[in-house]
Write a protein that binds this ligand. Structure first.
Ligand code: ADP
Ligand code: MG
Length: 247
């Protein structure tokens, strides 16, 4: 079943229309990269998927179930059920500064109370190991590099076994020498066929890891296709102009 279907999504902040009728789908196991100039609505689009923003009209279906349908939102329980299946990773990590790495990972699963504390502990160790940070379990975020913080944020998102991971410029706040370690973890997740939507400025990541690339411009999807199509044979002048600026 289609993971996410977005239909005619529109969103304004006051008089400013930032999403002007966006349509796309994400299939299970797909990695979709969203690229485009600053201010084109990429973050607003991503945040709308996980209900951090409410749209004005259009529909978002998650595994066939409506989060919002023709501008009308589902009830609070349904919204919670749907968004609990999604994980999000932000540009600025958003870790809890007073909690250790492992406590950051375990907080949400403990609140959900679906698993024993012992099982949560086991899983947090497996996931920290996966992102290469098991040795940092008892450290506070302030004592980590930016790349390590972002890997903790990814690990934390994985703790809730999401069906889809959303990334909003996960490497934009990092020094260039630290982006690689984060991109490698994301590439590993892609190889495990975790469904991902990644807003990114990393054109190499979009080219090498994404199954599909969406170019957003001025609140709409201007062009989308495989990385080969978008990078090798862009159709629109504005796509070409954007790529020539960022590559
Ligand atoms: P991108 O992520 O592509 O840079 P955004 O989705 O962040 O774009 O922003 C799209 C437009 O919406 C920008 O003009 C931005 O200033 C505006 N915008 C975003 N969030 C808000 C907000 N909470 N209130 C008012 N305007 C906003
Ligand atoms: Mg943004």
């Amino acid at each position: 079943m289609t993971m996410i279907e977005v239909q005619q999504l529109k969103k304004s902040f006051g008089d400013l229309e930032v999403l002007k009728g966006v349509n796309f789908t994400v299939e299970p196991g797909e990695v979709v990269a969203i690229i485009g100039p600053s201010g084109s609505g990429k973050s607003t689009m991503l945040r709308s998927l996980i209900h951090l923003e409410e749209v004005n009209s259009g529909s978002i279906l998650f595994q066939g179930q409506a989060l919002v349908e023709n501008g009308k939102y589902a009830n609070a329980n349904t919204i919670k059920k749907i968004t609990s299946r999604m994980g999000m990773v932000f540009q600025h990590f958003n870790l809890f500064p007073h909690l250790t790495v492992q406590q950051n990972l375990e907080l949400a699963p403990k609140a959900v109370k679906k698993e024993s504390v012992a099982d949560i502990r086991k899983r947090s160790e497996v996931i920290l190991n996966k992102v290469g940070l098991l040795d940092k379990a008892n450290v506070l975020p302030a004592n980590l590099s930016g790349g390590q913080k972002q890997r903790v944020a990814i690990a934390r998102a994985l703790m809730l076994n999401p069906d889809i991971l959303l990334f909003d410029e996960p490497t934009s706040a990092l020094d260039p020498e630290l982006t690689g370690e984060v991109l490698r973890v994301m590439q590993q997740l892609a190889q495990e066929k975790i469904t991902m939507v990644v807003v990114t400025h990393e054109m190499n990541f979009a080219r090498d890891v994404a199954d599909r690339v969406i170019f957003m411009d001025k609140g709409e999807i201007a062009e989308s296709g495989t990385p080969a199509q978008i990078f090798g044979n862009p159709q629109l002048d504005r796509t070409k102009a954007f790529l020539s600026r960022v590559e």
